[in-house]
Design a protein around this ligand. Structure first.
Ligand code: OSB
Ligand code: MG
Length: 392
């Protein structure tokens, strides 16, 4: 087995320097989706984007909290993240200079859960740290890819023709993998119809916890559809039933909601609950857990890929940096800005080349400019916390 240090030389761990954060700002920015996005747990028309910025040494680092407005994908919401950052995480971050990513994550670990809130601050810190060195985020974490392969996640549609039309559109644009959201009533028949029309495409499905182990025989019908994977078929905390299902079907199970940290990932692999892991920086609490899960999976020969949460370009830029690591061998849910929004919060927007790849930026930090005017004009709420005496 490869050891962690063989995986990647990780510059962020080599240097220890103090960064005294003087200000943390959080804001919510409403972005309309170009079209509604429907999963097994609900349908949304817009995304309330939760941005975090941290300032030190005249620089600002930016991150995004991926929580939704309602506790459906996760128990976290925009509201719980505002509370947890304001009352616990921001004070912990501002209490004394931050020596390293592990210093910051150790402070946050003293509070249980709320990974998405923690991740927002970790992401902003990492952008800031990269900028203080003039490095890109990918460089900071030891990324090796200059371009990353990407796919698209297609929500549940009103009709099969509508789905087929969207599949054609994204295949024409070069996307390397099509992922279909499924739920009871929109599953085997739909997937079979897509497969009949496209014998050779890389196809996967994502159930977002919509089934139970009692659906084993129904789900086994997907074994004939030559899927790359079935993502999160069963409940979010049900590693045991996922292990039973994985031993009963041929299709590889990939876990998303279940993988909340490196300890859970290790349990899932030990139990045989999945054969592929979706890493989302937000769901796992930030870079420190995301890197640890990447390294664990790499050492065990388990493929990983970078999931998405319909982020703005700011969260997406972090996802691109993460996906530049060597273990990210499968296409990520990192689509072009234009797949989600009429206008993104960064310049240039994220674009997908005709070969279905996204370029890893080489500029300092995120490697994109922020469209501060557009952010300001769409801001719904804003709060700031400062080092001396927390201020609103
Ligand atoms: O389960 O991967 C998921 C979006 C919101 C919440 C959960 C999920 C998703 C997606 C879209 O599948 C991924 C993206 O394009 O950002
Ligand atoms: Mg998923």
């Amino acid at each position: 087995m490869r050891t962690r240090s063989e995986v990647v030389a990780r510059p962020l761990q080599a240097v220890d320097e103090q960064l005294a954060i003087d200000k943390i700002e959080i804001r919510t920015v409403r972005l309309l989706l170009k079209e509604p996005f429907e999963t097994s747990f609900g349908r949304i028309d817009s995304r309330l984007i939760f941005l975090v910025s941290v300032a030190a040494e005249g620089l600002s680092g930016w991150g995004e909290v991926v929580a939704a407005e309602e506790p459906r994908y996760s128990y976290e919401t925009v509201g719980t993240a505002q509370h947890v950052i304001r009352d616990f995480l921001a004070p912990a971050m501002l209490s004394r200079p931050v020596a390293s990513l592990s210093d910051l994550s150790a402070r946050f670990e003293t509070f249980r859960g709320h990974n998405m809130a923690k991740a927002g601050l970790e992401l902003a810190y990492m952008d800031l740290l990269a900028q203080t060195r003039g490095w890109s985020l990918a460089q900071l974490i030891g990324g090796v890819r200059t371009r990353i392969p990407v796919g698209v996640s297609l929500g549940i549609q009103l009709s099969l023709p509508g789905l087929l039309q969207r599949i054609d559109r994204y295949l024409d644009l070069g996307y390397q993998r099509i992922k279909l959201k499924i739920k009871p009533g929109w599953d085997v028949d739909i997937v079979q119809a897509v497969r009949r029309r496209h014998a050779d495409i890389v196809l996967s499905v994502d159930a977002n916890c919509a089934y139970t182990i009692a659906d084993e025989n129904h789900l086994r019908a997907l074994d004939d559809c030559d899927l790359l994977m079935i993502e999160q078929p069963l409940d979010h905390d049900d590693l045991l039933d996922h292990a039973k299902l994985q031993s009963a079907i041929k299709t590889k199970i990939c876990l998303d909601e279940s993988i909340t940290g490196v300890k859970r990932a290790e349990e899932a692999l030990d139990m045989g609950s999945c054969r592929i892991v979706n890493i989302k920086i937000g769901r796992v609490g930030g870079y420190s857990q995301a890197l640890a899960i990447h390294d664990l999976c790499y050492s065990r020969g388990i493929p990983v890929w970078c999931g998405g949460m319909l982020e703005s370009g700011i969260g997406r830029a972090h996802n691109i940096a993460l996906a530049s690591l060597g273990g990210f061998s499968l296409p990520g849910d990192i689509s072009a800005s234009s797949r989600y929004f009429a206008r993104d919060l960064i310049v240039p927007e994220v674009s997908v080349a005709a070969d279905g790849t996204v370029e890893v930026p080489r500029g300092s930090g995120l490697g994109f400019e922020l469209d501060l005017d557009y952010i300001a004009s769409n801001t719904e709420t804003a709060d700031r916390f400062e080092a001396r005496g927390l201020k609103k």
